[in-house]
Design a protein around this ligand. Structure first.
Ligand code: 5GP
Ligand code: MG
Length: 185
């Protein structure tokens, strides 16, 4: 697997430091929104499968009362490296009335996934909805899509690792990397 890597974009130490920083910011913002009251109860909605590793690291730095409601969305099935349209797999909780929601996803690209999930959640009566993405591609569609928290900007390339896959593989790489061209051949 290591010999499939063309180059490392973000190493594990840089990711760890930034994830901790993001969690501190998120916790401070949720507390401030509640007028400084503690504990604040929040509902995390991770978009699976790509957000899995990010989610696990992020929430361990979030000292808030939280519930987790998983949602699975697929837009890059199999060997695709461009979006094939957003599809919801499984069910989103019907009633989110009064919940303070934090959507967590791996990467902001076309913006379709986050818009799709945000709209679904907004229709279920939450008190507030925020979104948190580990990565954002430096392309207009991503930059022009609203997100409350962004970990890192990445170039417009297909990246894997730290939860992100190609054809289901490479999620366990601890870094965010670009694969060699021949892997896609
Ligand atoms: P969007 O809907 O913003 O186009 O894309 C978001 C989803 O597409 C992400 O949650 C992720 O699953 C997938 N995606 C977008 N860009 C990449 C990429 O560079 N690498 C991988 N592995 N997945 C990506
Ligand atoms: Mg995803």
């Amino acid at each position: 697997m290591q010999d499939h890597i063309d180059r490392v974009l973000i190493d594990r130490h840089t990711i760890a430091a930034r994830v901790r920083e993001m969690a501190e910011q998120i916790a401070a913002d949720f507390r401030a929104a509640e007028g400084g009251c503690d504990p604040v109860h929040i509902t995390i909605v991770p978009i699976l499968t790509g957000s899995l590793i990010f989610l696990a690291d992020l929430i361990r730095h979030l000292p808030l009362m939280m519930q987790i409601k998983l949602v699975t969305v697929s837009s890059y099935p199999g060997k695709s490296t461009s979006s094939q349209g957003v599809e919801l797999q499984g069910q989103l909780p019907e009633d989110l009335t009064g919940h303070h929601i934090l959507i967590v996803d791996d990467i902001l690209d076309s913006g379709r996934t986050i818009k799709f999930v945000t709209d679904l959640i907004a229709a279920r009566g939450p008190a507030s909805v925020r979104s948190c993405m580990l990565l954002r591609k430096q392309i207009p569609s991503a930059i022009n899509t609203h997100a409350d928290y962004i970990g890192f900007e990445v170039p417009d390339e297909f990246v894997v690792g730290y939860g992100l896959d190609y054809d289901g593989f490479y999620r366990n790489l601890p870094e965010v990397v670009v694969l060699k061209k021949e892997v896609f051949a």
